[in-house]
Design a protein around this ligand. Structure first.
Ligand code: SAH
Ligand code: TRP
Length: 340
């Protein structure tokens, strides 16, 4: 079967909706202090490619640690979940997903009367879904891919429409510690939306970065080659382009640090001088003092306790906890709580 016939893409809630949401988000974030911009706006085509480059940085241990965990545990995770379908939330380039897909395809090949293996990558950036699907379809000749371009912080229902329980048992995966980019309210809210879609036999696989020494954390978000700084500044380009803005991203510096009390990395853009950011489509003029900060991202670091608490608040129950050497990273397998 031709790869094109094995791929389809559904878009949901982007387009004109995206602009309305962006105006509301950016206006709310920039007109109150401390100023902030939601991290989902990092990921246009340039931002997705910069994030992909971050994953290769020597300082960014997260991707390698999670990839190693998946390489050794994907097979039993998929076998125990009994999954026919893998739904990946915030899939990006899906560079660590192959071991899960290999296990999925192998499982379905060995079982008569099972549906063909299906992968549903869900991301805010449609181009990234297309690029990753092209690569994965070549590597997995029996796989079907149904991409979903949408915003998981606004609407998770499309996942249930594209891959309803009738297509088979589903494994929902949320990798890369993207959950750490959501705060104490947003993370449980997203998990609840996912739990709400799950049947008692579906499983949830979560990749989490763990609390560790400040030195490693600092280096991972302040790489020597400046890719993270470029990624951080890119959010200004995205917002300026889509909201009719006039901004010089180089007039903002990258600033990231680990807050030990809050157990999170904070990423900021710091205005290098007094300047005004004008966004005509949002009818917004924002005055920055020299040294003024915009919070662009948090990256929470977890312990087993805080991970379990987040899952419970999200209507899920932990069934497996797997950690990388030196406690660098963790994979959690969870099911829907019996009383979600
Ligand atoms: N899972 C990949 C990528 C992690 S980066 C990995 O582990 O390497 C976070 C990914 O989530 C990006 O691909 C980004 O486009 C996507 N993303 C961020 N916010 C999103 C949102 N609100 N809705 C859908 N996708 C989102
Ligand atoms: N989920 C990733 C993380 O928290 C996202 C990320 C990595 C990121 N590096 C970044 C986001 C730099 C903004 C800037 O590690």
């Amino acid at each position: 079967v031709q790869a094109e016939l094995r791929f389809q893409l559904t878009r949901s809630g982007l387009g004109p909706d995206r602009k309305t949401t962006m105006v509301r988000d950016v206006r709310a974030g920039l007109s109150t202090r401390p100023r902030s911009i939601p991290p989902k706006y990092f990921y246009d085509d340039v931002g997705s490619r910069l994030f992909d480059a971050i994953c290769d940085l020597p300082e960014y241990y997260l991707t390698r640690a999670e990839a190693a965990l998946l390489a050794s545990h994907a097979e039993p995770i998929v076998a125990q979940s009994g999954a026919d379908v893998l739904i990946e939330i915030g899939s990006g380039m899906a560079r660590k997903t192959s071991p899960l897909l290999t296990a999925l395809c192998r499982r379905s090949a060995g079982l008569a009367r099972r549906p063909p293996p299906l992968y549903v990558p869900f991301d805010i950036d449609a181009d990234t879904i297309r690029r990753s699907a092209t690569i994965l379809l070549k590597a997995h000749p029996t796989l079907r891919v149904h991409g979903l371009a949408g915003d998981f912080s606004r609407d998770c229902k499309p996942m249930g429409l594209v891959a309803p329980p009738s297509v088979g048992t589903r494994l929902f995966a949320f990798l890369g510690s993207t959950i750490g980019n959501l705060d104490e309210d947003e993370a449980p809210a997203l998990l609840r939306a996912i739990a709400h879609l799950m049947t008692p036999s579906d499983r949830f696989l979560l990749g989490l970065d763990l609390v560790k020494d400040v030195r490693h954390l600092h280096a991972a978000y302040n790489d020597a080659s400046g890719v993270t700084a470029a990624f951080n500044r890119n959010v200004l380009r995205v917002v300026a382009r889509e909201l009719g803005g006039d901004v010089d991203p180089d007039a903002f510096g990258h600033y990231a640090f680990y807050d030990e009390r809050l157990q999170r990395v904070e990423m900021h853009l710091v205005s290098e001088r007094r300047q005004t950011l004008t966004l005509t489509a949002a009818d917004l003029h924002v005055d920055f003092d020299a040294g003024e900060h915009v919070l662009t991202e948090i990256s929470r670091k977890f312990t087993r306790e805080s991970a379990e608490r987040t899952l419970v608040e999200g209507g899920m129950a932990l069934t497996d906890w797997l950690t990388a050497p030196h406690g660098a990273f963790a994979l959690c397998v969870a099911r829907r709580a019996s009383d979600p």
